[in-house]
Design a protein around this ligand. Structure first.
Ligand SMILES: [Fe+2]
Length: 205
């Protein structure tokens, strides 16, 4: 097996390729992606996982939003969003686009396969966790941790209106996020950080 050692130069190239794509994705997807990298680096300091695979996958995980019409996602009720056509398709297209980019950058084929497989299911945490791959787990956790930070709560309010995080009832965004605390994190580090972020963001007020 070839070894996989992307260096800073590779990360810069990846960054430059991904940025214009994310500018065409949902508003805020570029900033979201940058924050997931920050969360991932923190998780990797405390949990097992392959840094190169986790970071590369996160750079690419949401580029599929640049290829879909996402108004159905924005307009769907909270609990229906994951099943919208654009939410489903951005994973599929993102995997294809990521494969093209990584092959263009001469990444080892085995690594391309692993990364595209994760991207194809990255918004279905239970499927990713079922892989039993610690690196794939960290990708999902870093992505979902961002939902609990103050930046994302502002972003959700801008997308979906104030009721998203303030409305009551089991179909509200607030309840959806609270239930996510128990579903989207496996490692001790991500579990405790998700609770800290949720608390700091006022989710339990
Ligand atoms: Fe996504």
């Amino acid at each position: 097996m070839e070894h996989y050692h992307p260096d800073e130069e590779f990360e810069r190239r990846l960054n430059d390729l991904v940025r214009p794509l994310l500018a065409k994705a949902r508003p805020g997807d570029w900033e979201h992606t940058r924050r997931t990298l920050k969360y991932a680096k923190y998780l990797l300091d405390h949990e097992p996982g392959e840094r190169d695979l986790v970071i590369t996958t996160l750079y690419l995980h949401d580029i599929g939003w640049s290829r879909v019409q996402f108004s159905d996602f924005l307009n769907a009720p909270v609990t229906q969003k994951p099943q919208t056509q654009s939410a489903v398709l951005h994973q599929k297209y993102g995997a294809i686009m990521a494969g093209e980019i990584l092959r263009e950058l001469d990444r080892p084929e085995e690594m391309v396969q692993r990364i595209t497989n994760i991207i194809a299911i990255h918004d279905q945490p239970e499927k990713v966790f079922a892989l039993g791959d610690p690196s794939a787990t960290l990708v999902v956790e870093a992505d979902r941790l961002d939902r609990f930070g103050p930046e994302s709560l502002q972003r959700f309010t801008a997308y979906f209106g104030r009721d998203y995080v303030q409305g009551a009832g089991e179909k509200s965004g607030l309840e959806y996020l609270k239930s996510g605390l128990g579903l989207w994190f496996i490692t001790p580090t991500a579990k405790s950080l998700s609770f800290e972020l949720a608390q700091a963001s006022g989710l339990f007020k």
